[in-house]
Design a protein around this ligand. Structure first.
Ligand SMILES: [Zn+2]
Length: 419
């Protein structure tokens, strides 16, 4: 591979190796502040006529019929890399053959991070069906719900896979989690997500595995406004927040650098993330139908496998940032035809939290973090802050994009539409 091709192909990474982490939001802190003021005072409320995305962030626009840019992006870009029909089976079979060929003679042919949630659990079954030999890893950052543990056991036993559990140093997770709460930034799941992917990638390299099986999928995740969250893989931002508010040194917490993430793993180690769920019919119903047959306990809410994520998505984000993650989730299901807008509207009417459950979760989370419920509430009540108030990787990312643009010009290839 020439240097030019190497740089030109970089944007592919945003899709292949950053499944849960949107690219850095391309707007400034000033714009963010303006946006909050506008959304509170000046801007007229507006919702897409097709999905549920509304004016809550700088990255939404509407066409003359009131359809938002997220819907248009699905039609023009995302739908073209989604193959949910039975006739597309050949793509899945080709992928399986490629993974098997790569793993020939090795102990494992790919790696699967098993959280105990629906997507990764269903993926494990799919891999078993196709005779793949995954290195199955569970990264335990201390927030597993009791259902997660039971579900992991049920899946591993059914598939007869050997499970490797990577335990993240709880004292460091706790210190980081508190630092994030004190920082008051939107993405409080960075701690868990960074630990998960860093540990998974490091473990893959250690075991000579190239293919990472990702649970990311179009039907439930294709719509997500990039401005809502900063990338979980930005270790510069994570360390800056920890420097400001953490009290314990990070000695064992798995970190992944910008260089490792964008260069070392994909180009030197040739690691790539693939998403088989986009090559088959997939929905929550399809997954549940099979999983309940093996003793899987369904969660009431998406990402209910982590008690912190449940609290973060259903209480912290809506209360502090007015962001309801059910909207992009349901919008994804609308544009992919999994549910109708009416059905989604009904789902959106349900309360975000049951009062008694919220009280219990607040007590659990505060207790586990070693603070009082009042202190936890205090962090949530404090003014919201933008990640760019702390050092971050945006400068490096922009440089990478500039290099990519030059490479595109020199090679005569157009810029990657996904970047
Ligand atoms: Zn829309």
């Amino acid at each position: 591979m020439t240097f030019l091709n190497y740089i030109r192909d970089l944007p592919r990474l945003n899709l292949t190796i950053a499944p849960l982490s949107p690219c850095p939001a391309q707007f400034s802190e000033l714009q963010f502040g303006k946006q909050i003021r506008k959304s509170k005072v000046e801007m007229k409320y507006r919702m897409c006529t097709r999905c549920f995305m509304d004016i809550n962030g700088p990255d939404i626009t509407f066409d003359s019929s009131g359809v938002c840019n997220h819907c248009r992006e699905f039609d023009e870009v995302t739908s073209k890399r989604w193959f949910p029909n039975a006739e597309d089976q050949t793509k899945l079979e080709a992928l399986v053959a490629r993974i098997k060929k790569e793993g020939y003679g090795k102990a494992y042919d790919c790696i699967l991070g098993l959280s105990g949630g629906l997507d990764s659990s269903y993926l494990a079954l799919v891999m078993k069906d196709h005779g793949l030999r995954p290195l199955v890893v569970h990264v335990d950052a201390g927030w597993n719900s009791e259902f997660a543990v039971r579900n992991i056991e049920a899946v591993v036993e059914h598939c007869d896979f050997e499970l490797h559990t990577i335990l993240i140093d709880w004292e460091e997770v706790k210190d980081l989690q508190l630092a994030y709460l004190k920082a008051g930034v939107a993405n409080q799941d960075v701690v868990q997500d960074h630990a998960f992917f860093a540990a998974l990638y490091h473990f893959a390299v250690k075991n000579d595995v190239r293919y990472v099986i990702g649970g990311g999928n179009v039907p439930t995740e294709c719509i997500f406004p990039a401005s809502w969250h900063h990338a979980a893989m930005d270790a510069i931002n994570l360390k800056a927040i920890h420097r400001k508010y953490g009290v314990k040194p990070l000695k064992n917490f798995p970190l992944i650098t910008f260089f490792e993430y964008y260069f070392y793993y994909p180009f030197i180690k040739k690691m790539t993330t693939v998403r088989p769920l986009n090559l088959m019919p997939y929905s929550k119903e399809i997954a549940l139908k099979r999983l309940t047959g093996i003793g899987f306990v369904p969660y009431e809410r998406k990402h209910g496998e982590s008690r912190f994520t449940k609290f973060f998505q259903n209480y912290y984000l809506p209360k502090k940032f007015n962001m309801d993650k059910r909207k992009p989730h349901l919008s994804s299901m609308i544009v992919t035809g999994i549910i109708t807008r009416e059905e989604a509207l009904e789902a959106l009417q349900a309360p975000l939290y049951d009062e008694a459950e919220l009280k219990e979760d607040k007590e659990y989370i505060a207790g586990k973090l070693g603070v009082t419920v009042a202190e936890l509430e205090g962090y949530i009540e404090a003014p919201p802050r933008h990640y760019s108030e702390f050092a971050n990787w945006d400068g490096r990312y922009r440089l990478l994009k500039a290099m990519q643009l030059i490479a595109n010009r020199l090679t005569g290839k157009s810029a990657n539409v996904y970047s």
